[in-house]
Design a protein around this ligand. Structure first.
Ligand code: MSP
Length: 681
């Protein structure tokens, strides 16, 4: 903390607005938020940028399919990102949209510089040529043959056919910057982490870098190339520029000069999917244009589900709104940053989320805070007690008390340094691990010291006070150090300690700040335990999927009755299926003969349905919309060939179809009598 003040500029990728945010977006954004908060806490000057990537063919396509303008599509989804970041307590300094005027002007300024640029061997950095190749419109990138899956020339990421494109384009001479890039990366002037990503990038350079086209015909929704107005700038050049345009690159604004040109660190945090664009294209473009280049890149790992990549295309998604609503923003932030080393892939499950919450937040941290504060309330009149004065008596506990007296004091300073340097390296899990191991020691100290026994002996009051003072200080420091990850809880602990519900600052890192005699605030549970027996599967994050804009949310019954919930509905006219795929689903008319609510569940109802040849038991998530009695006698549509599933321990043999209006389930019925068992086609 005695290091000189440094300036850090940290960015997330700007996210595509072709669909609602998904949990991977939240993951990067939480990480950058935690990083910048931790740098500010350490006394440095940190700026966080995030935003949305709004141009390109995908947006044109989605807007057309939805019958709205491109700008409307962008506005709607950009607003959803902002709302999501508010829910997650993300404190970004600026939100850039590539449809902002400040961005367009900045891109054109960069373009001017590029057009005039010469490579190290004196050639034009930008030249005109013909591009022919396999193009994935979803990645907005040309693919090499070895990046396609056969048959069908499928993009490996999107599992969709690439198109063969031939265009007269402008090219960027990336090949001329191979040596410069290698040197920059090998010397760590461009520090790429984790190490595996750095090796990957060096491997790509070793194979030889190809020039890439930086203008596109056919695409209209973008920034027009000034000397070729029927072309727009390649969406990746447009997008990458956001990192400088957002700061006012167009006008050489003070923020640009301070946070980009003058920063000690220019860091991009990205997913491993976009490493090449950021570690090769972007630095080379900037270098060619004579603009300072990034100093650091971090490629985060991917969140998977059931070991599979999350993908909007395959519908395997986790809704970031459901994740944050499940147990609150602190819990969600803590979970994603603690559960796995940042940089590695990991599988997100609801069970792990609840287990982490209960063990780390409710038990370890929650108990520490509530025990410390309750004891002070009880034994010290609800005021911060006196600091340690008397020497320790030689009681049987004294050895430990002495250890505790020093272990809480001395290592805390070292601990703070360690934690802050882990944060700086984006090693969140390690930082939290350090704090939690200290929390473990503190909880253990309470058990061993037995303050309740000390309280029975008036002669040991000073000892008791000294212990509880240290304990409160430790709680305070835990709140300070966890602030970057769980800012709300940290502010609440401050309020309970009587020092005001505020965000901790650098000065708060100093041991011994609590003033004896300060009255404590109101003590309230920090993270109430989630009782698994009451916590129904209905809340499970991994069972909830985000709606696709323009498409009604799936029926409540569908969400509650089968594993088919992991399928995201296709955008209209988008991911169509053929009749043979549809024919796999057996839909039948069924008559409800009995209905009853399932104990312990708000949403689920158990139905007996007559299918003509048999009676079936089905569980449906419609209890909030229909009274059981009102269901009996209704003819409904049943997905009859689903594998059985258990919900709240009750077996379900099929799925009832329903729509949803204002969150209320509306059953699909028939407008004339149909015999039970009739096939629905
Ligand atoms: N618009 C481009 C980025 C341009 S940056 C100049 C883009 N957008 S994106 O919406 O597809 O978001 C990509 C980023 O989202 C990834 O780089 C990563 O940060 C995050 N993630 C997307 N899916 C992810 C997971 N399943 N797991 C973790 N993060 C992933 O690419």
């Amino acid at each position: 903390m005695t290091t000189p003040k440094r300036t850090l500029y940290a960015t997330t990728p700007i996210y595509y607005v072709n669909d609602v945010p998904h949990v991977g977006h939240a993951y990067t954004t939480i990480a950058v938020d935690a990083l910048t908060r931790s740098r500010r806490l350490a006394g440095h000057d940190a700026f966080m940028l995030t935003g949305t990537d709004e141009h390109g063919q995908n947006i044109e396509r989605i807007a057309r399919e939805r019958g709205i303008s491109e700008q409307e599509q962008c506005d709607e989804i950009a607003a959803k990102f902002r709302e999501l970041w508010a829910r997650y307590d993300i404190r970004y300094d600026r939100f850039i949209r590539t449809t902002d005027e400040i961005h367009r002007r900045g891109v054109l300024r960069l373009w001017e510089k590029l057009r005039a640029a010469k490579t190290p061997d004196g050639q034009d950095a930008v030249y005109s040529g013909i591009y022919a190749g396999w193009y994935c419109p979803r990645c907005e990138a040309f693919k090499d043959e070895d990046e396609l899956r056969q048959p069908g020339n499928l993009c490996l990421d999107h599992e969709r056919p690439c198109e063969w494109l031939e265009e007269q384009n402008l090219f960027f001479r990336l090949s001329a910057y191979e040596g410069w890039l290698r040197q920059r990366i090998e010397s760590d002037q461009l520090r790429i982490r984790p190490e595996s990503r750095r090796n990957e990038v060096l491997g790509v350079i070793r194979q030889g870098l190809k020039d890439f086209s930086i203008s596109r015909a056919r695409v209209k929704w973008g920034i027009a190339v000034p000397e070729q107005p029927d072309h727009v700038l390649y969406v990746w050049v447009d997008a990458l520029s956001n990192y400088i345009t957002a700061l006012g690159f167009a006008d050489d604004a003070p923020d640009y000069r301070h946070y980009w040109a003058g920063a000690d660190e220019r860091l991009h945090v990205i997913g491993k999917d976009i490493i090449r664009f950021h570690c090769l294209y972007w630095p080379a473009i900037l270098y060619a244009a004579g603009v300072p280049v990034p100093t650091r890149e971090f490629g985060q790992g991917f969140i998977t589900r059931d070991g599979r990549r999350l993908s909007k295309t395959t519908g395997n998604v986790i809704d970031p709104v459901a994740l944050v609503e499940r147990l609150g923003p602190d819990a969600a932030r803590y979970f994603v940053l603690r559960e796995a080393a940042y940089g590695s892939d990991w599988d997100l499950t609801d069970a792990a989320f609840v287990a982490r919450y209960n063990a780390d937040l409710a038990n370890d941290l929650g108990n520490l805070v509530s025990r410390a504060l309750t004891m002070v309330a009880r034994y010290c009149d609800g005021q911060v007690p006196q600091r340690w004065q008397a020497p320790l008596s030689k009681s049987p506990k004294a050895d430990f008390t002495e250890t505790f007296a020093t272990s809480v004091n001395a290592p805390s300073a070292g601990l703070a340094d360690k934690v802050l340097s882990h944060y700086e390296e984006l090693a969140f899990s390690e930082a939290l691990g350090e704090i939690w191991s200290w929390i473990g020691q503190l909880n253990q100290a309470i058990v061993q010291v037995e303050p309740w026994s000390l309280a029975k002996d008036a002669a040991r009051k000073a000892e008791l006070d000294g212990f509880l003072y240290r304990l409160l200080e430790a709680v305070r420091l835990v709140a300070v150090l966890t602030t970057p990850v769980i800012p709300r809880a940290a502010a609440r602990v401050f309020a309970m300690l009587g020092i005001g519900e505020r965000e901790p600052v650098t000065d708060d890192l100093v041991w011994g700040r609590l003033e004896p005699g300060t009255p404590l605030g109101v003590i309230a549970p920090l993270f109430p335990r989630v009782d698994k027996t009451q916590d129904s599967k209905e809340n499970a994050v991994s069972e909830i999927k985000p709606p696709v804009p323009g498409v009604p949310t799936p029926p409540a019954s569908a969400g509650a009755t089968s594993s088919a919930v992991s399928q995201t509905p296709a955008p209209p006219g988008g991911d169509r299926i053929d009749i043979a795929e549809f024919a796999k689903v057996e839909l039948r008319a069924a008559k409800i003969t009995a209905a009853e609510k399932i104990a312990g569940s708000k949403k689920l109802v158990k139905l007996q349905v007559d299918l003509g040849s048999e009676t079936r038991q089905v569980v449906a998530g419609i209890a909030e919309s229909y009274e059981p009695d009102a269901l009996v006698g209704k003819s409904i549509v049943l997905v009859a060939n689903l594998k059985p599933a258990k919900l709240m321990g009750v077996e379900s043999n099929g799925m009832v179809l329903a729509g949803s209006e204002d969150g209320k389930a509306v059953l699909c019925t028939f407008d004339a009598a149909v015999a039970p068992g009739t096939k629905v086609k």
